[in-house]
Design a protein around this ligand. Structure first.
Ligand SMILES: *[C@@H]1O[C@H](CO)[C@@H](O)[C@H](O)[C@H]1NC(C)=O
Ligand SMILES: *[C@@H]1O[C@H](CO)[C@@H](O)[C@H](O)[C@H]1NC(C)=O
Ligand SMILES: *[C@@H]1O[C@H](CO)[C@@H](O)[C@H](O)[C@H]1NC(C)=O
Ligand SMILES: *[C@@H]1O[C@H](CO)[C@@H](O)[C@H](O)[C@H]1NC(C)=O
Ligand SMILES: *[C@@H]1O[C@H](CO)[C@@H](O)[C@H](O)[C@H]1NC(C)=O
Ligand SMILES: *[C@@H]1O[C@H](CO)[C@@H](O)[C@H](O)[C@H]1NC(C)=O
Length: 390
């Protein structure tokens, strides 16, 4: 219904606008003159014109000038970075500002930024389409890497195969697991990856879903984690990752799904009655942090490979009480103005990534680690008996 309206609406306009190509549309708007020159310089005009049923979140002159002031001039920078940034704005599907505002929920859409260009998400790195109220009226906002928000300044400029929306800041390319954990202050998880020797493995996964226990959740488990051998710790940490399936929050429904983890165990994910997302009965506090290799969700506990009993176990133990949610902010994203150095870092690191190819043996992926059971550890630890209710 919406779609049909949109098409007839777009059709009317396109007839009038003589069905201009994307590049001609950009050329005819002076606020895109820098972008047009960049596309011309990198010989990308025909690439962007090949897009069909697409929406282009196009950086306007202000956006590209700011970026150049930070030291990333898209004309003179590594052409792969220029391409990556341009393709990240070009998303699948026609999304008018009305359709984004009326959707009532965050939508994740795939972009044309695909491997091997600064992402390991096969279907194309995702962009979160969302809204924020400005002066009482909702306006379209994008969330990209490191929770950075980008505002749409001018919307619904039609071209032959879709719509253009102008942004006045840049979308940030999603970063690897380590840098993302560090920059969003989930440093306990970063430390765990380092201690367990799983950092390289987790950073190199393609199409991954990662459940990151927040700092406090991990701290509460510290006494137990500290008793594990490195092999057990590695199994425990990789039990928080799923390879080869990017599970965005919006795709999780009320029916329970069982998934195999990189650590070799299983986890169950499901949406609760009030719309919350649970993984093994542990609540997701913040969903859909975009990563270089997929997506991460911040969770309110540490996952055990025995899901059916892990929650009972936690609530039975004072020492592992991780239910004080007031300490965990439900992150809301951040504007680039307060995070300029983040943007800088992201882009510079992207340059490095072209030079570094992670040597990672396929053996790592085939190996099925010994399952790690939280309950076994708990029952044999000084925390004593762990009640189970099954
Ligand atoms: C980028 O560098 C080129 C060549 O030096 C220059 O002409 C252009 O104005 C610069 N772009 C921006 C946005 O500063
Ligand atoms: C992308 O994923 C593949 C498969 O897991 C991996 O071999 C490769 O190293 C990853 N690339 C990067 C840059 O992490
Ligand atoms: C989810 O499904 C599995 C079997 O696939 C079952 O063992 C488990 O009890 C279910 N969990 C919930 C919360 O329904
Ligand atoms: C967990 O902590 C909360 C607040 O700190 C407290 O109200 C609750 O009773 C605790 N639960 C257990 C099982 O200790
Ligand atoms: C939760 O933690 C915060 C900060 O540590 C503390 O101020 C608050 O009292 C705690 N809430 C409960 C219910 O214990
Ligand atoms: C993650 O990215 C940072 C910044 O690009 C880089 O220094 C680091 O080596 C990467 N870590 C891994 C394990 O790939």
């Amino acid at each position: 219904m919406h779609l049909q309206q949109l098409f007839s609406f777009a059709g009317g306009w396109l007839g009038f606008a003589a069905a201009q190509s994307l590049s001609s549309t950009l050329a005819s708007h002076s606020s895109f003159s820098v972008l047009y020159d960049v596309l011309l310089f990198h010989d990308m005009l025909s690439d962007v014109d090949a897009a069909r049923d697409a929406t282009y979140f196009a950086p306007n002159n202000d956006a590209l000038k700011n970026l150049a002031d930070f030291g990333i001039n898209l004309t003179t920078t590594d052409p792969n970075i220029a391409r990556a940034i341009i393709y990240y704005g070009l998303v699948n599907g026609i999304h008018s500002s009305d359709s984004i505002i009326n959707a009532g929920d965050v939508q994740l859409v795939h972009s044309e930024l695909r491997p091997p260009l600064f992402t390991n998400v096969t279907k194309g790195q995702a962009v979160k389409l969302t809204t924020r109220a400005t002066k009482g009226r909702p306006s379209v906002v994008l969330e990209t890497g490191l929770e950075i928000l980008t505002k749409v300044e001018e919307s619904d400029i039609a071209f032959a195969n879709g719509l253009v929306h102008a942004t006045s800041t840049n979308m940030v390319l999603p970063h690897n697991v380590s840098e993302t954990s560090r920059l969003i202050h989930q440093t306990e998880f970063l430390r765990l990856m380092q201690e367990s020797g799983t950092e390289i493995e987790l950073n190199s996964l393609a199409d991954m879903t990662l459940f990151i226990p927040h700092n406090e959740a991990i701290s509460k488990f510290r006494p137990i984690l500290d008793t594990l051998t490195q092999e057990q710790l590695a199994a425990a940490v990789t039990h928080h990752a799923i390879a080869n399936e990017v599970i965005y929050g919006s795709t999780i429904t009320g029916s329970n799904r069982t998934l195999e983890t990189v650590g070799g165990g299983i986890v169950q994910i499901q949406r609760g009655g009030q719309g919350q997302i649970f993984v093994n009965n542990i609540e997701v506090l913040r969903s859909d942090l975009l990563l270089y290799g997929g997506v991460a969700h911040i969770i309110d506990g540490v996952l055990s490979s025995e899901p059916a009993t892990s929650i009972s176990c936690q609530s039975a133990l004072d020492e592992v009480n991780i239910t004080n949610k007031s300490t965990i902010l439900r992150f809301t994203g951040q504007w680039i103005t307060s995070n300029r150095n983040k943007l800088m870092m992201v882009l510079m690191l992207a340059t490095l990534a072209t030079l570094i190819i992670m040597p990672i043996s396929a053996k790592l992926y085939r190996s099925r680690r010994k399952r790690w059971s939280l309950n076994e550890e708990l029952s044999s630890s000084k925390y004593g008996a762990c009640k189970t209710y099954d």
